[in-house]
Ligand binder design. Sequence first.
Ligand code: PHE
Length: 464
Amino acid sequence: MAEKREHWGSRLGFIIAAAGSAVGLGNIWKFPYITGENGGGLFVLIYLVCIAIVGIPIMMAEIVIGRSAQKSPVGAFTTLAGESSNWKVVGWMGVFVGFIILSYYSVVAGWALNYTFMSLTNFFAGKTPEEIGAVFGLLYSSSGMNVFWHGIFMAITVGVVIGGVKGGIEKWNKILMPALILIFILLAIGSIFLGGWKDAVNFVFYPHLDKLKASGVLEALGHAFFTLSLGMGAMLTYGSYLEKNTDIPKASIIISVLDTFVALLACMVMFPIIFTYGFSPQAGPGLAFKTLPIIFGKIGAAGMLLSFIFFLLLVFAALSSAVSLLEVVTSYFIDEKQWTRHKATLITGGIIFLFGIPSALSGSGALFPQWETMYGKNFFDTFDYLASNWMLPLGGMFISLFVGWKMDPNLRRSEYMSGTSWTAEWLYRLWVVFLRYVAPIAVFIVILQRVGLIDIDRIVEILF
Ligand code: PHE
């Protein structure tokens, strides 16, 4: 039997849960390492531009669709575009992308779980940077550990999602999000005293023109979607649990600013360590796990406590994002197939666990090692690449086109206006212009580059 649709307990509850979805491994684990791989400053700048001109308008669009239809992605597109319309394919794609992202996301969250427990034994104390790097290498290449922690993390995620919107997701986020931000601010202040701080500031904020390649532009755009949880219906689904009194434009800006703030903080915690100890910023997916424990290991008992709290909060940040990914998948079965929340969550969570096993085994090469030789990327990297560089931007482009061109203009206007104090006509119009032209064209150009129809490197060369 269909259950009655739940709603958030309060307006703040929604903002916190949506921020919880946005702030996650994307900010703390992924952003610093792709910033390192793409040469720093210019990449960061392009990423910030993508957040402002593509991310924020599309976030508003997703929440507008969700709140107006009061349904998860597939149902929302059918409600707003008509039963026979092809727009629901965008919703299906979202459910599919949810499967893919969560399957490898959970593996990384599993690493964080493992580090949380290692912290308890004061594991990092007295270890050299090389030894700490080797610890990560050992974990990365162990099939058993990866599958074990991935399983544990999926089980916790399923548990929270079964608890539902208000009791599960909202309650926890309210406590854990502020705690995470606080500890990051403390760590960032501590980093100022490291010798490499100046180099780090220079690396992260100074746009070195020669260091970025066009592929980096695609990655910056893709990451803007990933980090704001856009393009696959997560914000849409959270929006569908909203009452009409929420200020959508303001909420979107608050969520995006907060998310960006945490990502930059993470860089300002990690890069000073990297430069102080002479590491390469290009350490890849292990970056966070190889850098932070060095500092924790150096400051005695306080380090042990800090390390424990830090990795625990990282697990929670990952959890609040994972929950939103799983929520998109389960709410499809709840809304469209009339499954109970219990059944939907258990079955989809189980399938995602299985789906994640190839990613969990990527580091050990225990499964189809030929894959990596054939495609130059292991399973884990392939999933991440496909989801964040292709599927999320494409999904986002369709969402933006949908609200810009297809959605009933009266409904769009009333949905934007309801609850906001930013009722000026020009603001509303500006948003529609961004959805109609700016965001879709940006995604389109970046995709043309990717399929080889234009060459941004050449254009940059000519311009500068
Ligand atoms: N935004 C999350 C992060 O930065 C990841 C995520 C992507 C969550 C897409 C939901 C949907 O970690």
